[in-house]
Write a protein that binds this ligand. Structure first.
Ligand code: IPM
Ligand code: MG
Length: 353
């Protein structure tokens, strides 16, 4: 098949890891007779430096025209002055918004061989396999912001339609898995959460009567994620809770460097990115973990290009490299040695055949 992919390396380790994912995609294209064409564009701090704009029009146009977008990471100390009016993160948020990718899928899967790198006991991690569905284009991230010398405010708003579409999206995924959906809110305090809960209860009862729905307050969910992580199948939650809970959930997998994400809207075109940040301290040193971005490329193959067997091949290759002992610095257990970003990618590619 022919596909047009926009690459947005971004900042920090973003360029390091997107180059690895591209290499993997190239091998897949060659092995399976596909033709992937890439356009590379600027976003985040790199785009601020070049154009004074974290999401320049050329980047927006390229992303809108592509079959899929693969992004590295944005941000870094160079652009983090708290008083700055223009910040790298604004580019990413605007991109999510203009692409309309309201559904962010964050799978949390454990590689048994990495159980020793998680701070949790191996027996607690047994059988962990969940999808966190984070609402990505609403809530406090996108509400009106104000700031005076003595106060500041961020408005959190959700409409019934926004809650319905994300809960329906999550429920459909749950129906194809273990049939369990956990909705996370803060309905004992927040009005938006009370709306969220009402809409969720009604929608699941009306449209998905066979789904087993559990509702948790976000503070309790933070605890249950660590005490009984294998009980969760699909979790659905609002934008900020999803941001926080998925960083927490990454510790189940041992490292933020392992977790991919896919952001989808009503069209097939999606935005794919690792959930980790730009890690500026290790940028350009060839030591970053490329697994999350390569796994994001697998999600791209699956969700935007409909190439399920190619996607599974990439996921199996990551698992194969891990099983064969390949480790970047963030996933070594005591006494193990680690390899570079380049070598980790080569190990994954060597498992692709
Ligand atoms: C993420 C990141 C972003 C977010 C930042 C970089 C704006 O933390 O994708 O989880 O908060 O959504
Ligand atoms: Mg985050």
């Amino acid at each position: 098949m022919e596909a047009l992919i926009t690459l947005l390396p971004g900042d920090g380790i973003g360029p390091d890891v997107t180059a690895c994912a591209r290499q993997v995609l190239d091998v897949i294209a060659e092995q399976h007779g596909h033709n992937f064409e890439y356009r590379e564009e600027l976003i985040g701090g790199a785009a601020i430096d070049a154009h004074g704009d974290p999401l320049p029009p050329a980047t927006q146009e390229s992303c809108a025209a592509a079959d899929a977008v693969l992004l590295g990471a944005v941000g870094g100390p160079k652009w983090s002055d708290p008083n700055a009016k223009i910040r790298p993160e604004q580019g990413l948020l605007k991109l999510r918004s203009v692409l309309g990718v309201y559904a962010n899928i964050r799978p949390v899967k454990i590689y048994n061989e990495l159980a020793g790198t998680s701070p949790l006991k191996p027996e607690v991690l047994q059988g962990v396999d969940m999808l966190v569905i984070r609402e990505l284009t609403g809530g406090i991230y996108f509400g009106k912001k104000t700031r005076t010398d003595t106060s500041a405010s961020d408005l959190c708003e959700y409409t019934v339609g926004e809650v319905e579409r994300i809960v329906r999206f999550a429920a459909m995924l749950a129906a194809g898995r273990r049939g369990k959906l956990c909705s996370v809110d803060k309905a004992n305090v927040l009005e938006t959460s009370r709306l969220w809960r009402d809409v969720t209860d009604r929608l699941i009862a009306d449209e998905f009567p066979s789904i087993e729905l559990e509702t948790l307050l976000v503070d309790a969910a933070a605890m249950h994620l660590l005490s009984r992580p294998s009980d969760f199948d699909v979790i659905v939650t609002e934008n900020m809770f999803g941001d926080i809970l998925t960083d927490e959930a990454s510790m189940l997998a041992g490292s933020l460097g392992m977790l991919p994400s896919a952001s989808l809207g009503d069209s097939k075109a999606g935005l794919y990115e690792p959930i980790h940040g730009s890690a500026p301290d290790i940028a350009g040193k060839d030591i970053a973990n490329p697994c999350a971005t390569i796994a994001s490329a697998a999600l791209l193959l699956r969700h935007s290009l409909g190439l399920e067997s190619e996607a599974s091949a990439v996921e199996a290759a990551i698992a194969g490299a891990i099983a064969g002992g390949a480790r970047t610095a963030d996933i070594v257990a005591a006494g193990e040695s680690h390899i570079s970003t380049t070598d980790m990618t080569a190990e994954i590619i060597s498992c692709l055949s």
